[in-house]
Design a protein around this ligand. Structure first.
Ligand code: PMP
Length: 360
């Protein structure tokens, strides 16, 4: 089978070695006479695998014992509600940085539950840039400051982190987690869906500073209560077993390929291949401030929408999928997640140059 070149933004490409391991162990897991997805989450088979998964997750990101790590269901979107429910205390504000679609959705949900202050709103520049991290300061009575590390649709990514002092910093890292080392100790909470760099959709990872739980609001229903999830390690109810199993295999793949530093190196090399084509051309155009452009989701435009349609059609004929920009913004987008082989990025760069030669 010839695998397609997969530039989808999520769900997205997985390491082929991981897919093969899942296939090989789907019917029988490690000679145990049943599949991982047929076993109780209260039994040793799942629990051993889960413990290894969490240990590897912590090891690869260098997460200290001051944090709990676990997985929930509900997508990253559920966290847009859970965060303000738990941490936006009455009589205070929460600072949100409106950097694009995903931070804005989180901010809009929080605003339904309490007082929200928009530290920054990129509306005027169409969400093509970010504030300088050094200048970001939370408001006086802030419960937390919230940002999205990588806007998957807008194609902008924080390169540095604000210092928020005693105010907790919370980040959605759905689309760039494990693409680079992260100074976790600067954050009180980091979370994200796994369906980009970590595995099949279904699980949301939560990295929660234990001391953050002292700041919780009361009267939370069970599933909304982070303390309960910390206590139960994410196993209060049935976890997304298949997704977690696959994440564990992806983490092993990341470890074997140089960990987060190795992934960062790959991301720098791969994104440069495409940005070099864009920067050396007057045909392709990136709408994004070069200081903040994403290494995961590269957005670009052609001189007309007709040419963009033609580009997508010809790319598809060459087995290149997922290059259409998000329906809310149009244009083109190539997602170059960890698992996308370098050769597939080289092929895209060549295709772009060839397309420009014929149509420029
Ligand atoms: N945050 C970011 C940065 C995302 O890219 C997405 C999904 N593309 C979400 C949140 C929402 O994730 P989910 O669909 O898992 O709820």
């Amino acid at each position: 089978m010839e695998r397609k070149k997969n530039y989808f933004a999520g769900p997205s490409v997985m390491p082929v070695e991981v897919l093969e391991k899942l296939r090989d162990q789907m019917v029988e897991y490690n000679g145990q006479g049943l599949s991982m997805i047929e076993a109780s989450h209260r039994g040793g088979m799942f629990e051993d695998m889960y413990d290894e998964c969490l240990a590897l997750f912590k090891e690869l990101l260098g997460i200290s014992d001051e944090y709990d790590v676990y997985f929930l269901g509900g997508g990253a979107t559920l966290q847009f509600t859970m965060i303000p429910m738990n941490f936006l205390r009455p009589g205070t504000v929460a600072d949100y940085i409106r950097s694009g679609t995903w931070a804005n959705k989180a901010a809009d949900d929080a605003a339904l539950l309490g007082n929200v202050h928009y530290y920054y709103d990129g509306k005027a520049n169409k969400y093509t840039t970010l504030p300088d991290a050094k200048t970001v300061k939370p408001s006086k009575d802030s419960s937390y400051l919230y940002l999205c590390s990588n806007e998957t649709i807008g194609g902008i990514e924080w390169q540095d982190w604000p210092d928020t002092g005693s105010v907790p910093l919370i980040a959605d890292m759905s689309s760039d987690i494990f693409s680079r080392p992260v100074p976790v100790d600067k954050f009180s909470m980091i979370y994200g869906g796994v369906q980009k760099n970590l595995g099949p959709a279904g699980a949301t990872f939560i990295i929660m500073k234990k001391s953050m739980l002292e700041r919780q609001n009361s009267n939370l229903t069970a599933y909304m209560d982070y303390s309960l999830h910390s206590k139960e390690k994410g196993l209060y109810n049935t976890p997304p077993v298949f997704s977690i199993w696959a994440v564990k295999l992806v983490l092993e793949w990341i470890k074997a390929n140089g960990g987060t530093a190795g992934m960062q190196q790959r991301a720098i090399e791969k994104s440069k291949l495409i940005y070099d084509v864009i920067d050396s051309s007057s045909f392709f155009h990136s709408p994004v401030d070069p200081a903040f452009r994403s290494k995961m989701n590269l957005v670009f435009r052609l001189p007309s929408e007709e040419l963009e349609e033609k580009f997508l059609g010809e790319a598809k004929k060459q087995g290149m999928l997922g290059l259409k920009g998000h329906r809310s913004v149009g244009g083109l987008r190539a997602s170059l997640y960890n698992a996308l082989p370098v050769e597939d990025v080289v092929a895209l760069a060549q295709f772009m140059k060839e397309f420009e030669r014929k149509n420029g």
